[in-house]
Design a protein around this ligand. Sequence first.
Ligand code: GDP
Ligand code: IMO
Ligand code: MG
Length: 409
Amino acid sequence: MPYTAIVGLQWGDEGKGKVIDYLAGDYDVIVRFQGGANAGHSVHAGGKSFTFHLLPSGMLHEGVVGVIAPGLAVDPEELLGELRRLEEVVGSLSGRLFLDPRTHVVLPYHKKEDSLFEESSDNPIGTTRRGIGPANRDRYARIGIRVGDTLRPSRLKEHLRRSYDFNRKLVEIYGDRIPPFEEIYDFLLEFGRKVEPYVEDTVILLTKEERRGARILLEGAQGTFLDTNFGTYPYVTSSHPISGGATIGAGIPPWKIDRVVGVFKTYTTRVGEGPFPTEEKGELGERLRRIGGEYGATTGRPRRCGWLDIPMIRYAILLNGVTELFITKVDVLQEVGIYRMALEYEINGERIPYPPPFSSDWYHLRPIYRDFSTLEEFLDAVERETGVDLNFVSVGKERSAVIERQKRR
Ligand code: GDP
Ligand code: IMO
Ligand code: MG
């Protein structure tokens, strides 16, 4: 089967960008299927560095084709800016990038609402303020604006009216204002003119690629525990970062995905609010953050740090159907010098091997830790405790810093 999915098994920032860039040499097409510019995927390859937000990571490889599928919500300014920045590094993307007309557009007022909701809430989510929640709310409320609308002026005018009026009232509740209708309408038409050369039915495009024998990589953004349905709700994002999200977001029949690579770090991080059972708030957490360089690729916020949480990884393996594991930041744990992981939790006097489906219980979990004396013992324990092959070990941010374990055994 032609499709491989790459998914994050924690709360995002597992090193998916690095992993996709590493594996991209064996693939022809890379598809982003959900999320938006809330993602930040950093890649370092042979002197070139790039942080991808909307474009598929892996496009530093010459000839790799990138696809933006309907499951995304794209911010026009971010997309155009990123296109320009990437072209400075790799040359023209003409014929190498395709954008589905059904992809939703993040409007300027969505970003404003994201910030207003966060600032006025007693219980903020800690979002990236990229407008992801409001844009996907409009998608499901059926008042969203899609890339295709920006290429059809009369349809855009009619459709934008509904979205505009609803969102204007919403913003006014917070005592704020949005720009005039005509300004947003012109901005969208201008965006449409600029992206028109890339617009294509990506379902047909992928079908043609499949038929000519192409290998296709589905690039997950965020992480399993930020999934709207299965994450630590409400401290989640507004999309489906799990492998199933690829089938809905990119229109891929489930049976065509036969390889699912689960990416996770040797420790755990989280940006924003919400429960975090293995969090280290003190000096050790600070050490993980400093040595791991744990600051957000999108917002620059310090990431919360803690130990590897095996119950979470076990659950993520079930949700995603992970067929092999890719661990990152091994060099960081080596420098920290503590090979610690939680193997189970204790709650109400009971030991449990998986995180519970009740969000509120997450705050009462007591992780049962085990320390290992060597890295090898730690990695063997990961494999034993999860029951899935740990095929790749990343030992640095550079593309070449990967050890393929199955070959070594
Ligand atoms: P993503 O969102 O999952 O793509 O991850 P980010 O790019 O947001 O964050 C991961 C960070 O770790 C980036 O700065 C990567 O360059 C870096 N990184 C990835 N793998 C490794 C590794 O094995 N070792 C080290 N030291 N850094 C890594
Ligand atoms: P990558 O792809 C880490 C988090 C935010 C916040 C919550 C909701 O780089 O792994 P949103 O802006 O999506 O409404 O915020 O989700 N979040 C991420 N955390 N990595 C990401 O992406 C994230 N994208 C969103 O910090 O807690
Ligand atoms: Mg990231």
